[in-house]
Structure formats: C-alpha cells, structure tokens
Ligand binder design. Structure first.
Ligand code: ADP
Ligand code: MG
Length: 384
C-alpha cells in the first residue's frame, strides 16, 4: 500500500540544517497497523506528514498504491488527501457549535458527499466507536476520551483507506487510553483500514502494532514485530527501551500459542482417537467440527464408548476447556490456564481453533519476562 524509500527531510538553510528524517525506508501492507515509535524529536511527525506531503520531502521516493506521490500535481495530491488518506492528531479540533453528528460528518463535507449520506455515515461511525447515542450532544458535553472517539469516527466515516494517526491518545489518561487502544484494535480487525500510528510510548506501540518501526535522530534503529523487538533488540539503545516494558502486558496469546499436539475430527472413530491419545500420553483432546471446537473428549469417556461399541465421538464430548482470543494479554491468561486436561484454546472471531497455550508455555513466557536472551527462551520453550 505504502512504499517509502530513503525518505529524507532537512529543515532550514544549509548553514543551520536539521536532518529531521534521514533516509528512512519501509513498506506498509494493506490492512496493516504500522507503528512509528521514538522519543520526542526523533522525526516521527515529520515522517508521517511526508506521507501525504503536508511536509515536502527533501529526497527519497514514495509510492502509495503504486503511484508516485512525489510526482503528483495539485489535483492528484488533493484527491489523495481528500479521499485516500485521513489524518488524526493528538489535539484535533471539534467545532464547538456543531453537534457531535455534524462534527463526525465534517470530513465528508470536504469530500463533497451529499448531506443525507453524510449524516447516515456519521451515525454509523459514531455507533462504531460507541457513541451512537451522543449524536445530538455538543463537544463540551463530552469527556476527553469521547471527544477523541469523535475524531476517530470522523476519520472512519470518510472511507479513507489510510489513516495517519499522530499520537492520538497521548493526552488521555491511562484507563481511557487503554479503552481507545482496544477500540482501535477492534475497529482494525473489522474494517481493515491501513493505519500508520505514531507514539512515543513503547507499551502502546507493542500493544497496537503489527510491526513497529523504532526511530532515533531521524533514522530507523529497528523495524519488526513486538516479539522481535522484545526478544532481539537490535542495539543497546533499543534494549534500554525494552527493559521498561512489562511483557505480560504486551505479549498476547497469539505470540506464545502453538499447534496442539493433536486434535480429533467430529467424525473420527473413538477407538482411533483413544489410541492416538495414548501415543502422546494425554488425557483429553479437542474435537473439531469444521475447525470449530465441538468439545473435549476425555480418555475415560472414549474408553467407555469403545467398550460399549459406540462409534460416534459426539456422545463423548464435554465442555471442560477454556478459550480466549488471540489478542488476550499474557497477564489475563493466568486465570484461564491449568484448570483442565486440555490446554487453553486460542480461537479466532469465527470460533476456529488457532492454537493452544499449555500452562507450562505461559509460565515459561512469564518467567522469561525478565530476560531478553533469545537463546534462553528458546531453550526453555524446548522443555515444554
Ligand atoms: P517527533 O514527532 O518525533 O517529536 P518531529 O518530526 O516533530 O519529531 O521533529 C524532528 C526534528 O525536526 C526535531 O529536531 C524538530 O525540532 C525539527 N523540526 C520539526 N519541524 C520543524 C520545522 N517546521 N522547522 C524546523 N525544524 C523542525
Ligand atoms: Mg511529533
């Protein structure tokens, strides 16, 4: 979707030049939530603004959807900014004398969408961000978090494929900020926009980013997933950053789950399932129906079915298992693991089994939380 190559921005004259962005290259895939992280002054905002040429690059190349953005004339550039890309700032302005609905519809007004459709889409967007009942309110009747939601609604209502977000949650207090992060993750899963999100907070970056680009003094010091950055910091600089991160609140079920040692299909024969179970020395197994968990079959009920000559697994099923979503934080997994014969199931929105988290895997991941040595965690994982 976005291909940036050796992007550069030098502010000021040659005598007093500031290299704000100094040869930055990255690609962003459609539907990705890409985070740019770095301390204040590292060039994040400058880089973000170069993507729609609010800041004119001093050098490099930029393609969006294959089109060369730096060669665009005024008309193309206007279309890019009005249709394709939307930007959300930390302190963006709501019009105080317009209702929340009119504020949410504002972005479309600029884009020339007819009024009836504007208001309809605004209502949908407000509903989506959890403000469905506040359309008639005025901004000063909303809390800070709610106002930020209106900003998000405004961007969603426009249908822009790319959202550029410059520290949109930085002014919010921690609890509301967490809610907004959850909201953004849920929206992202549903709506699949491409999002470039800027933050100076590594915890936030790790929580949100499919990938994170860490910047320092206008340059990229590391680009990778949260797990990459936690386990293989590219330099002492990144390692220092990472040491402040509470992994149990950053890593998610999907980052530590693994394939189940075995599963059974709903049409399998209890005798075969029991034999396979004994081969792996386990006491129970997930039985799947079309990828979804139909239930768990325990060895005793399988043995009983075999003894009675029954051939359907359906009668052997219990609901003795726990399940969670791929984005659940490790800290929230603790109360779910270890209660049942089978490991914790990780399922996606359709209820399909994506992987499992055995108790020992979780304990290993949590105890590794204090070390950053990748060899250590690999060794520990091998023992599970
Ligand atoms: P960040 O968003 O990471 O805090 P910025 O992109 O705002 O970083 O700034 C990067 C560097 O460029 C800083 O040294 C900043 O002072 C400088 N800078 C930013 N905008 C301008 C400008 N309009 N004119 C001159 N220097 C600027
Ligand atoms: Mg900034």
């Amino acid at each position: 979707m976005i291909e940036a190559s050796r992007l550069k921005k030098v502010y000021g004259s040659t005598s007093e030049a500031v290299r704000a962005v100094d040869g930055v290259s990255f690609d962003v895939a459609p539907g990705e939530l890409f985070v740019i992280m770095g301390l204040s002054g590292s060039g994040k905002s400058t880089l973000l603004r170069m993507l729609n040429r609010l800041v004119e690059p001093s050098g490099g190349e930029l393609r969006i959807d294959g089109r060369d953005v730096l060669k665009m004339g005024d008309a193309d550039l206007r279309a890019l900014r009005n249709r394709k890309i939307n930007m959300i700032f930390q302190h963006f302005a709501l019009f105080p004398h317009r209702t929340v609905r009119e504020n949410a519809a504002y972005g479309m007004r600029v884009r020339g969408v007819a009024e009836a459709e504007r208001l309809e889409r605004a209502d949908w967007a407000l509903e989506t961000v959890g403000l469905g009942d506040r359309g008639d309110a005025y901004p000063d009747q909303l809390s800070g978090g709610q106002r930020q939601r209106v900003g998000l609604a405004r961007a969603l209502a426009t249908d822009a494929e790319i959202l550029l977000m410059d520290e949109p949650f930085s002014a919010l207090d921690p609890l509301i900020r967490r809610d907004m992060q959850d909201l953004l993750l849920n929206l992202q899963r549903e709506l699949q926009r491409t999002i470039i999100f800027v933050t100076h907070d590594l915890n936030e970056a790790m929580r949100l980013g499919d990938r994170i680009m860490v910047m320092r003094d206008g340059q990229v010091v590391q680009l990778g997933t949260a797990t990459d950055i936690l386990h293989k910091p590219s330099s002492d600089y990144v390692r220092e950053f990472v040491s402040d991160v509470d992994r149990s609140r950053v890593l998610t079920a999907s980052s530590i789950m693994r394939e189940p040692l075995m599963t059974a299909g709903i049409t399998d024969d209890p005798r075969d399932v029991l034999r396979r179970l004994s081969d792996i020395e386990a006491g129970g197994v997930f039985v799947l129906d079309g990828g979804r968990i139909a239930g768990v079959a325990h060895d005793e009920s399988l043995a009983q079915a075999v003894g009675e000559g029954r051939t359907s697994l359906r009668e052997c099923l219990t609901d003795g298992y726990e399940q969670t979503g791929p984005d659940t934080l490790l800290v929230d997994l603790c109360r779910l693991v270890g209660r049942h014969v089978v490991p914790l199931a990780v399922t996606d929105d359709d209820g399909k089994l994506r992987g499992v988290v055995p108790r020992a895997t979780l304990l290993t991941a949590l105890s590794d939380a204090r070390t950053t040595d990748p060899d250590n965690s690999r060794k520990a994982a091998a023992h599970v």
